[in-house]
Design a protein around this ligand. Structure first.
Ligand SMILES: C[S@@+](CC[C@H](N)C(=O)[O-])C[C@H]1O[C@@H](n2cnc3c(N)ncnc32)[C@H](O)[C@@H]1O
Length: 399
């Protein structure tokens, strides 16, 4: 671990998270799990917590322990400090050090970022220490590069995250790992049953949704009443919880069972699961239900914005099913039970959204939205640029 010289402002144990493509979702996830979290830049958050692991987070790409903060620094200054500090910290190191440097928020070229590493390499070489630099194509190493090189996962494989905020403050952090994109892709693509029509909930969005219901105890049970092919039950089991899935379609029950059996055969999961057929509008679920996370009925998929009459019809249908589900759920869970329900919102050609009417009637339905201090509710939307049907995440509690 690096020890910076005294002219650095030491920080207590704090971590910085580099957030994913939709930073508001990653921020909400961190806030719900850790509480004491603030924005550092558009793409990063600072977390005040004693220990932190990226493994169970869907919305964070990389995270690291903060080792220094500089005020009002450009890349030149950050780079000089970094070279000085690490020449000292690593002199006398046995064996080879592998280093990646990722610069976020600086107005520099990848060559300049790389140059910092080359200077450090030369200085360390003069002290008899061998350094291998990971080449930068961009200012920051991709998650794939960091992950495949196992940066941050052992003492001699280091990635420095150098992040600049808009007001010139710079954080230097030592990464403790990047999102495991190999494992995420495998869970998405290798499970035996997939179904393009019910949609492909990305496992990392499922992780975010479960985490948005808060931190639970191992063995607590998460219910997904629209389980489809079972991505949420799968991710619930991997997070250490028990899983309970129901769905209207018998075929989906078979799919979820097959996928969860595959998960058990190929991964370390200890929890138990239950999967049953049921219409979420009148199903009777067994206790315990410690949290509810689901991607509800999203209506039909669209490849172009629908006509207004079609949109009214689909929106009305979804609104009816989801409101009725929420009414049915209310009598079967305790006050305070958390829910994260993904509902559809439709994007038009201008990028504006049509939302479900029930969003304005949540209190009448018996639910309160969980407030976030760093994120507005309207930002909890997940979509890709080419998607018409976005998933709007309602983070709720029974009142
Ligand atoms: C958007 S998909 C969920 C996909 C799921 N997240 C997955 O991992 O595959 C919605 C699911 O809701 C189910 N569904 C539709 N209406 C339902 C209802 N009234 N009650 C229960 N399930 C319903 C569909 O069969 C479909 O599997």
């Amino acid at each position: 671990m690096l020890t910076f010289s005294r002219d650095y402002c030491y920080t207590s144990v704090m971590y910085i998270a580099i957030l994913g493509r939709q930073p508001a979702l990653g921020m909400a996830e961190l806030e719900r799990l850790f509480g004491d979290v603030t924005w550092f830049s558009d793409q990063s958050a600072v977390i005040n917590v004693d220990s932190f692991s990226i493994e169970q987070l869907g919305g964070t790409l990389k995270a690291g322990r903060i080792v220094a903060e500089l005020s009002n620094a450009d890349w030149r200054r950050a780079s000089m400090k970094l070279v000085q500090a690490y020449t000292q910290a690593w002199s006398g190191t046995e064996g080879k050090v592998t280093l990646g440097i990722s610069a976020y928020g600086f107005n520099v070229s990848p060559r300049e970022v790389q140059k910092t590493g080359i200077i450090l390499k030369q200085k360390l070489k003069a002290n008899g220490v061998s350094l291998r630099m990971i080449p930068n194509q961009d200012n920051e190493l991709s998650t794939a590069t960091s992950h495949h090189n196992k940066l941050g996962l052992s003492d001699n494989k280091v990635e420095l995250l150098v992040v600049r905020s808009k007001n010139g403050k710079v954080i230097i952090a030592e990464s403790n790992g990047a999102q495991n994109i190999t494992a995420l892709a495998r869970r998405d693509q290798e499970r035996p049953k997939r179904d393009a029509f019910v949609g492909m909930l990305p496992p990392k969005l499922a992780q975010i949704m479960i985490n948005l219901t808060g931190k639970h105890s191992d063995g607590d049970r998460i219910l997904d009443p629209f389980c489809g092919t079972g991505v949420i039950p799968q991710e619930s089991l991997l997070l250490g919880y028990d899983a309970y899935g129901t769905d209207l379609a018998d075929k989906m029950i078979d799919y979820t069972n097959a996928n969860l059996q595959w998960l058990k055969d190929t991964h370390h999961v200890h929890g138990s699961w239950t999967v049953d057929q049921g219409d979420a509008m009148d199903a009777i679920w067994n206790s315990p239900i410690d949290a509810v996370a689901c991607e509800s009925y999203l209506g039909q998929p669209f490849s172009a914005p629908p006509s207004s009459s079609k949109l009214i019809e689909v929106r009305g249908n979804c609104n009816h099913i989801i409101s009725q589900f929420l009414r049915n759920m209310l009598g079967q869970i305790n006050v305070g039970t958390p829910l994260c329900v993904a509902v559809p919102a439709w994007r038009d050609g201008n990028g504006d959204f049509t939302h479900l009417p029930l969003i304005d009637q949540l209190e009448q339905l018996g639910y309160a939205r969980v407030p976030f201090k760093n994120v507005r509710n309207s930002e909890l939307l997940y979509y890709r640029e080419d998607q018409i049907v976005a998933r709007e995440l309602l983070v709720l509690e029974k009142i």
